[in-house]
Ligand binder design. Sequence first.
Ligand code: FES
Ligand SMILES: [Fe+2]
Length: 381
Amino acid sequence: MRDPLDDRELTPPPSFYEARSTRQKARAAGLDPDRWYAVEYDREIKNGEVKEVQFWNLSMALFRGDDGVLAAVQNRCPHRHLKLTHGAVEKCQLRCAYHGWSFNREGLLTDYSHDSFGKPLIKSRLRTFPVDVRYGLIWVFPGNPELATVQKIPEIPELMTENPWAGFTVDYTWKTHHSMVIDNICDFAHAFLHRKYQPFVDAKLTHYESDDDKVYMTYDTYMAEGKFSKYFVNRKRVNTRSIEICYEYPYQWSNTGDSIKHWCFLLPIDERTTRVFFIFYFDSVKIPLIPMNTPKWLTQIVLNASVPLLFRPLLAEDGVALEAEQIGYESHWNAPPIELNPIVPLLQKLTAQKWQGYVDRNVRSEQAAPVAEAEPEAAVV
Ligand code: FES
Ligand SMILES: [Fe+2]
């Protein structure tokens, strides 16, 4: 018998296949594995180290050999199915912690480390994943490797020149679905959440359009109105009264006055966990009382100081709201969606459509399996 005061749903949110509304579909959708995803900082995996990274429940072992070259393989030993991240990197190979089977970067079993009982080395190959490094981040292609050269890591020309803009990267792992993050960073109706730091004030949506790959929008707003941040923006040179934002699936970017930009790269770890990498970059900032734009080295110093004082706590506010939204959705997933900003349904529709496209490309039976289960049998024994 249900407590009449308890208004929570009796069941957990529907799967993608059971979902009845676009919002429910978006909240259950994965992100298309046939794209490149930032998974870790390049500096975080040193020579001889291995680390687990996870994409939508698919666990991968990311390791760097003694020669500095990275590789990503399925994180499951074909022998007894231990995670290979329990093991160790030896030269350029990954050795399982239990019986010591060793795999090279191509995923091939090369030796056992124990007696072979008179049998030849079995043919066994781990699933492998294309890896690249860009903008200080390690990128992995979790889907069909043949598509890794077709799909591109987003180009950021300002960071790819010999004299790149000053900038920084921050990341968070939030207990929230990735579609909630996209809603959050594209919908500027949440200025109240940031009333302390005031990164944007009085936002008015002025234009939006969408197609099969993106949702683009512009807002008129007052950018960087915070107590301290407002002194570091040159409003004579940079138009801080408007911002353009784009959900360029599965990534997101913004541009303020061609001078302040960011990209957001999502790593959907599972249905309610998302790692978010933000890269912010600036062509220059202004120092109070100094009537000139800063040179790049000084811009970088100002930005480095602003990360712990402004950007980290500001974005942490989003994390608090998003984790609360996830909890709210899990209890009230069947409540009628109420949205005022017209871009929000478009964002959710794009996420749902792209996942449907992935599912349709990978149908094995009546329902496509989740990424983790779609993994082909590893051992050819
Ligand atoms: S479980 Fe990995 S070598 Fe036996
Ligand atoms: Fe925010």
